[in-house]
Design a protein around this ligand. Structure first.
Ligand SMILES: Nc1ncnc2c1ncn2[C@@H]1O[C@H](COP(=O)(O)OP(=O)(O)OP(=O)(O)O)[C@@H](O)[C@H]1O
Ligand SMILES: [Mg+2]
Length: 358
């Protein structure tokens, strides 16, 4: 029993997608990494044809399977691009092995995504660089904040001594600009207070942001919702999560201009690495817009502070969102092309449990 359970744990934790097929190439079993790769549950795919996993180009899986069947030998290939049901392409190494033990014609298929590992490494590198940048920024912000208070106080005192309205306008400018700088510096400091952990329903966060946006921009912007109502609550700071989502949605609105479509989508994502921590399940939130997309030269840099393509932008919205999501042990991924920009937030909802499982 113990070794059976251990075998199950190993199967669940593998990064390699594992499938078994009968001689008609119908799927008989699939592990969580397979569910994650193909975006279907093992239950849904059982007894359905292997080819349905890659509907755009069914031969990518069925040809090597047929080859292994006819030769009764293992078939292996590297760096093969397969297109998944949603149209996304990934690169995999695969091996198809005839399973003599399970009866004539049964197959074991192993697929390892090779480009995914690059993403994990890049994610981690970004988080490390971000942490280092944030420390520098915080130090700088702190240094600016103190003299700024003095400057504003002195301008206020000076204003009281002045009777000439024309001269007073200069002290007004000093006070106004000091306030603006103070606001900027506060944003540069990022998350300074500890997160107030409560049970948060992510849909309440999204609905709050949706209402704010629709009040602010009444015309032209449509917000479409595609929620998975079965999502569990997560432990986190609701106000901060609202701030993070709002920063991303404001960017979408800025990019869309007069009119456009923003989509909020929530799902459970199974067997996933967030940073370097593996989670059985996390909450996935997609914020997608059909605007012009992020300029390609900014793709790698938009999460860094002060990176902005907008004349009036301070380049702090995304770093702040990233900081908040990191405080919730989550991560943000970006996909952007003209007509589709998607920020995907992954949020663990049982961090304690996952940490114990490591
Ligand atoms: N959905 C999007 N579509 C197109 N470009 C985007 C989108 N989201 C972000 N960007 C680009 O990323 C840049 C950085 O965004 P970020 O929110 O960090 O800063 P900002 O919006 O310029 O300024 P701030 O949010 O501090 O007012 C933006 O200037 C914009 O060029
Ligand atoms: Mg912004």
């Amino acid at each position: 029993m113990q070794s059976e359970r251990q075998a199950q744990v190993i199967l669940d934790r593998l990064n390699t997608a594992i499938l078994t097929c009968d001689p008609d190439l119908n799927v008989t079993a699939m592990n969580p990494a397979g569910e994650q790769m193909f975006g279907v549950s093992a239950k849904q795919i059982r007894q359905r044809s292997l080819a349905t996993l890659v509907p755009m180009d069914p031969a990518t899986l069925s040809t090597p399977a047929l080859k292994a069947l006819s030769s009764n030998q293992q078939v292996t290939a590297h760096d093969v691009t397969i297109t998944l049901a949603g149209g996304r392409s990934i690169k995999v190494d695969y091996t198809v092995t005839p399973l003599h033990e399970s009866g004539q014609g049964h197959l074991l298929i192993e697929l390892l995504q090779v480009d995914g590992f690059l993403d994990i490494a890049r994610d981690q590198l970004r988080m490390d660089q971000f942490a280092a940048n944030r420390d520098v920024l915080r130090g700088l912000a702190h240094e600016v904040k103190n003299p700024l208070g003095g400057l504003r106080g002195a301008a206020q005192l000076l204003e009281r001594q002045l009777s000439d309205r024309d001269v007073k306008q200069y002290t007004r400018i000093i006070i106004h600009e000091a306030d603006r700088l103070r606001h900027l510096v506060d944003r540069m400091m990022g998350v300074t207070r500890p997160i107030k952990e409560i049970a948060v329903n992510i849909h309440e966060v999204l609905e709050h942001v949706r209402k704010l946006i629709l009040v602010e921009f009444q015309q032209g912007i449509t917000v479409e919702r595609d929620y998975d109502p079965s999502l569990p609550a997560l432990r986190g700071d609701k106000d901060q999560l609202i701030q993070a989502v709002l920063n991303m949605v404001r960017n979408a609105v800025d990019a869309l201009g007069e009119s456009g479509l923003i989509k909020f989508r929530t799902r459970i994502q199974r067997s996933v690495y967030v940073g370097q921590q593996w989670h059985r399940c996390v909450i996935r939130v997609d914020i997608e817009d059909n605007g012009p997309g992020i300029p390609e030269h900014l793709h790698e840099r938009v999460f860094y502070p002060m990176v902005s393509a907008r004349a009036e932008g301070s380049g702090l919205g995304l770093p702040i969102a990233q900081d908040i999501v990191n405080h919730h042990h989550g991560s943000i991924q970006l996909h952007s092309e003209p007509g589709c920009t998607r920020f995907t937030i992954l949020l663990p909802f049982n961090t304690q449990g996952s940490a114990n499982e490591r």
